[in-house]
Write a protein that binds this ligand. Structure first.
Ligand SMILES: CC(C)(COP(=O)(O)OP(=O)(O)OC[C@H]1O[C@@H](n2cnc3c(N)ncnc32)[C@H](O)[C@@H]1OP(=O)(O)O)[C@@H](O)C(=O)NCCC(=O)NCCS
Length: 189
């Protein structure tokens, strides 16, 4: 389904299988602040040991790949992930200070002016359900909107639609349908 707004999601062909695990005991579950523009402020994230990054400078791609695999994405060649991230206009990830590992990630590709598509929205299963997914999405979308990008899209698996809708994503109101190229294997002669 093609959605308009701002999101990060995997390719529709990716199928996720893992269930969310119990969050670490030292991580607070409720931290909504109605006065802040985000559901979790940067300060609150920081005080709970979640450090925001907007570049891949300190990102260990093997560790990121482990998070992808943990949520059910197929394991991808780290070198290809590096190339993909180098061609990514906007990305955001969260490091858990205690382990120095990435625990949340989202990125958007696009033309920098009109269109953006969000990909690879993931939260480490051990940290799901405590607001980190929404926190990265809120900031990624804000960055795209601030750039003046009017068409923000993503692919969502049916079971994740409920995560994206409160963030402002809807099925295209004009009835426009997303399509993906599906190459058929050549017939044997
Ligand atoms: C989907 C995902 C990114 C959500 O991240 P998260 O940190 O667990 O989500 P949050 O804790 O920020 O949840 C924010 C809100 O969305 C809701 N939500 C989270 N996942 C949901 C889902 N799959 N369906 C419906 N609502 C969902 C939460 O209940 C919460 O609602 P609340 O504000 O009423 O409490 C995460 O579960 C994940 O990585 N899943 C595996 C990978 C994946 O499916 N990525 C998206 C592919 S399209």
């Amino acid at each position: 389904m093609l959605l308009r707004g701002t999101i990060s999601a995997p390719l529709p062909s990716l199928r996720l299988t893992s269930a969310a695990a119990t969050p670490p005991q030292n991580v607070a579950v409720s931290w909504h602040s109605p006065t802040n523009k985000y559901s979790i402020s940067d300060q609150d994230l920081d005080s709970r040991g979640f450090l925001l990054h907007r570049t891949i400078a300190d990102l260990n791609l093997d560790h990121l790949n482990k998070v992808f695999v943990a949520v059910g994405f197929p394991k991808r060649d780290p070198e290809k992930i590096r190339i993909a991230l180098e061609h990514t206009d906007s990305l955001l990830w969260m490091e858990y200070a205690k382990t120095k590992r990435p625990v949340a990630f989202a990125r958007a590709t696009g033309d920098g002016v009109f269109n953006a598509i969000i990909w690879d929205v993931v939260v480490d299963p051990s940290f799901q359900g405590i607001g980190l997914g929404r926190a990265v999405m809120e900031r990624l979308v804000e960055e795209l909107v601030d750039k003046g990008i009017g068409n923000i899209a993503l692919y969502s698996e049916p079971r994740v639609l409920g995560f994206y809708r409160p963030l402002g994503f809807v099925a295209d109101p004009d009835g426009i349908r997303g399509m993906v190229y599906s190459r058929k294997p050549k017939k044997q002669k």
